[in-house]
Every structure is written in structure tokens, then in C-alpha cells.
Design a protein around this ligand. Structure first.
Ligand code: SDX
Length: 423
């Protein structure tokens, strides 16, 4: 049997046969039948917008691979900077490449003093850290006159390395500003995750970084680094298709991630668990969800219809963190919520399972992060995925300026009525 699909236009009897490649067929086949025909697909639920070699998902099997490597192996054996190199360059680095990449990133963690002293200080005292992060990322590009040289590979690679290196510094500045604490400058003797924790939490000279906690931070960064064509990455690709600079495109992607249905869910989960308060309230809360009171935050996924492999790894990491920090009391509420929901047909019939955001917030809270910075913790590693996709799009000869069509459902033509004659 040929891997093809034949489409027949019943109005004319015309038919076209096109190949099926990786579960997709070119929608241009429709234009061969009738140039005025377009696929109607709200929220792109049945549309492949690009060809990509970066990340592979199998939603039914709960499979996630970065450049072919299973996420379970990377979470166990790799580091975030090594995974960043893999996502961006396509291969795991040699020891020499890894040393150079680590040196480059480590020595580009500072941001311009005007960012630190003027830009961040201009925010209101209670500005949400994600609003600050989105703004600061776009502003960062204004400090580099080569930011727009996106087709000059060495220049583009430099912007990528700057963003990978500086987003933790920006994130830490946002958090410290929100707490009214002085900024802690990057420390080049620390690893990527150790440096981030140091900038976030150091007060005085007695701050010690627990290796279990910095490793947990690194694993969380690995798990959040990329996830193929999610809402934020699709935004990155759409904006990059206009040949926008990588800083502004990253800000646009972060703006999409900010939404509670996407990256903002980790914050919503902890607020939900706090509101539930105790395991005794879980059955009643679940009934309210089933009556449509709200979403069960941290549950459900457009692709994973069995389990999110990242949630499994995060749950394991949570216990390792709690061994050091002490158990987060909300964990019991989360475990009970998961147990009740997974045994309730309302959720099973809708194939709703814990996603990456369900447990991650519990770890962030145990690490000492304030709830409103959780999505910033998602944006830091995802900046690597966004940039890898921007880079891939710019090199894809099939890609052009993103400009979908629409199904017009408005009124037909009508003539202007002077205001004096309007009823
Ligand atoms: C991320 O795409 C990615 O890869 C994203 C991400 C990444 O790494 O980039 O994985 C990160 O964004 C994870 C998702 C985090 N979001 C949340 O936890 C918010 C809660 N989840 C829902 O908003 C929802 O599950 C979505 C948006 C994640 C996915 O929804 P879909 O695929 O659009 O599914 P749907 O809305 O069509 O839901 C199907 C049914 C509906 O019920 P019916 O209308 O059929 O009766 O399930 C219901 C929905 O109402 N439903 C939920 C629910 N999620 C879906 N009901 C209660 N609680 C939920 N969480």
C-alpha cells in the first residue's frame, strides 16, 4: 500500500494524490484542486507548521527526545549547559567543545550596568517578575548593535550565547528587585545552576549551595529546555519568520509562556494546592472541578494523552530535594489530588494526566523561590529551545514569513452611513 493520500473535490470530480511523510501531507494539495481552498484548523490542532530535527514527542507513548537522546538519560547523565549545546548544535559536545562552551557562557553572564541600575529599577515595587523578564529580554537587544545580524552566523551565535548566559542574571535581578534585596553579581567560579542559585539567594557571606539542590535545578532546566511546537516556541518561530532579532523574538516567546494555560501553570498549581490546603478538602475540590468551577491546573496536555515523562522525573527529583529542604506540606495535597483524579472517569475519559507543571512548583517552593517567579524559572531553560528553533527556521528554505489565512464569517459588503442617519 502506497504512503499517499488522495483527495477528491466532489464539486468538480478533480482529485489529487500526495505523499504522506511522517504522518503529514502537504496542504498545498488542496490548492491543486482549487486555489481558493484552505485548511480550517483553529489553534493549529491538526497542523504541522514546520519540519524540525530538534525534539521528538510521542504523546501516546510518553516519549520525549532531544536530538534523539531520551529525556530520561539526559536528566540522569547530562548537565543543562551540555543539553543546551546539544539542542543548539545538534550533537553532544566533545570535552574540548564543552569546556569552550562553558567558558564562553560563564564569561558572558554580566548585563550592562544600565540594565541593572536604570531599567530594572524603573519597575513598580510589586511588578510581576515575568512582566519584567519579558521587558528586560527585549531591552537587552538594544545594547548590541549586532543584534539584528541574524544571517551572520558568528554574530547570531554570539547573540545566542549572550542570551543563554544572561537570562539567569536577568531572572535573578527580577526576583531580587521584587524582594527589595541588592543584586548579587554573577560568580564565574560557579556552574550555571550554582551561579543562578547564588544570584537568587545569597545574603551576606554565609550562603552555601547544596550540591543536591544545584543538581535538582540543573535537572529542572534540562526538562524544560525544549518541547517542539508548544505555544511559546510557535510564537518564537512566527516572530523569527519576520527576521526579528533574537532578543525581541525571545521576549515574544516568553510573553506566550507567561499565559496560565502554558508556562504560567506552575504558578497556578501552587496557588491551587495552597487554596485546597489539606488532603481532606481534595474530594470536594475535585467535584467542583468536574462541575466546571476551574481547571485542574497542572493536568492535561495537547500532546501527552497518557503521561508527561517530565512529570515522572520531576516527581522523583522532588523527593531528593525534600530530603534536604524538608518535605513541602503541599506534596501530600498534590499526591492525593493525583490519586483521586487518576481514578476518576471525568479525567481519565478526557485523558488528563499530570504535566510538567504539576510537581515542578513544589520543588521551586522548597528551593525558596517565590511563586510569582516560577514561570521565569521555566523561561530560563526554554530560551535555549526557542533559540534552537529560531536558528532552524532561519536555515529552513521551506520557511517564509508566517501569514496564515482565515475563514471570514463577518458581514457582507455594505455602504457607509453618516452618523446623523444612524439609529
Ligand atoms: C505546558 O504544548 C506544550 O508542550 C506545553 C508544555 C511545554 O513544555 O511547552 O508542555 C508546557 O504548557 C504544559 C500545560 C500546562 N497547562 C496547564 O496545566 C493548564 C491546565 N491544562 C489545560 O489548560 C489543558 O489541558 C491544556 C491547555 C494544557 C491542553 O488542553 P487542550 O489540548 O486544548 O485540551 P482541551 O482544552 O480541548 O480539553 C479537552 C477536555 C475539555 O473538556 P470538554 O470540553 O471535552 O468537556 O478536557 C478538559 C477540557 O475542559 N480539560 C480540563 C483540563 N484540561 C483539559 N479539565 C479540567 N482540568 C484541566 N486541566
Amino acid at each position: 500500500m502506497a504512503d499517499t493520500i488522495t483527495i477528491i473535490d466532489d464539486r468538480t470530480g478533480k482529485k489529487v494524490t500526495v505523499p504522506i511523510t511522517g504522518g503529514t501531507f502537504p496542504s498545498s494539495a488542496l490548492r491543486e484542486l482549487d486555489p481558493s481552498l484552505f485548511m480550517y484548523d483553529p489553534a493549529y490542532q491538526s497542523t504541522a507548521s514546520c519540519a524540525s530535527a530538534i525534539t521528538y514527542l510521542d504523546g501516546d507513548a510518553g516519549v520525549l527526545r532531544y536530538r534523539g537522546y531520551p529525556i530520561e538519560q539526559l536528566a540522569e547523565k547530562s548537565t543543562f549547559l551540555e543539553v543546551a549545546y546539544l539542542l543548539l548544535k545538534g550533537e553532544l559536545p566533545t570535552a574540548e567543545q564543552y569546556a569552550q562552551w562553558t567558558w564562553d557562557v560563564t564569561h558572558h553572564t554580566y548585563v550592562h550596568e544600565n540594565m541593572r541600575k536604570r531599567f530594572v529599577d524603573g519597575f513598580h515595587y510589586d511588578a510581576h517578575p515575568m512582566g519584567m523578564f519579558v521587558s528586560a529580554t527585549a531591552a537587552l537587544g538594544t545594547f548590541y548593535d549586532d543584534a539584528k545580524d541574524i544571517f551572520d552566523k558568528s554574530s547570531f551565535d554570539k547573540q545566542v550565547m549572550r542570551l543563554v548566559a544572561k537570562v539567569p542574571t536577568i531572572a535573578a535581578m527580577c526576583q531580587r528587585f521584587s524582594q527589595g534585596l541588592p543584586f548579587v553579581l554573577p560568580n564565574n567560579s560557579l556552574s550555571y545552576s550554582e551561579n543562578f542559585l547564588n544570584m537568587m539567594f545569597r545574603v551576606g557571606d554565609d550562603y552555601k549551595i547544596d550540591p543536591v539542590l544545584s543538581r535538582a535545578m540543573d535537572v529542572l532546566f534540562i526538562l524544560h529546555a525544549d518541547h517542539e511546537q508548544n505555544c511559546g516556541t510557535t510564537t518564537m518561530r512566527v516572530v523569527s519568520s519576520a527576521q526579528t532579532d533574537p532578543y525581541t523574538a525571545t521576549a515574544a516567546a516568553a510573553a506566550a509562556l507567561y499565559g496560565p494555560l502554558h508556562g504560567g501553570a506552575n504558578e497556578a498549581v501552587v496557588r491551587m494546592l495552597t487554596e485546597i490546603g489539606s488532603i481532606d478538602n481534595v474530594p470536594g475540590f475535585i467535584e467542583e472541578i468536574k462541575n466546571g468551577s476551574d481547571l485542574l491546573w497542572g493536568f492535561g496536555h495537547r500532546v501527552y494523552k497518557n503521561f508527561d515523562p517530565r512529570a515522572t522525573i520531576i516527581k522523583k527529583t522532588a523527593y531528593e530535594v525534600f530530603d534536604v529542604t524538608g518535605r513541602n506540606p503541599l506534596l501530600d495535597v498534590a499526591l492525593k489530588l493525583e490519586e483521586v483524579a487518576l481514578n476518576d472517569d471525568y479525567f481519565r475519559s478526557r485523558r488528563l494526566y499530570p504535566n510538567v507543571d504539576f510537581y515542578s512548583g513544589l520543588i521551586y517552593q522548597a528551593l525558596g523561590f517565590s511563586v510569582d517567579v516560577f514561570t521565569v524559572l521555566f523561561a530560563i531553560p526554554r530560551t535555549v529551545g526557542w533559540l534552537a528553533h529560531m536558528q532552524e527556521l532561519l536555515g529552513d528554505r521551506e520557511q517564509k514569513l508566517s501569514r496564515p489565512r482565515q475563514l471570514y464569517v463577518g458581514v457582507e459588503e455594505r455602504n457607509f452611513v453618516p452618523i446623523a442617519d444612524r439609529k
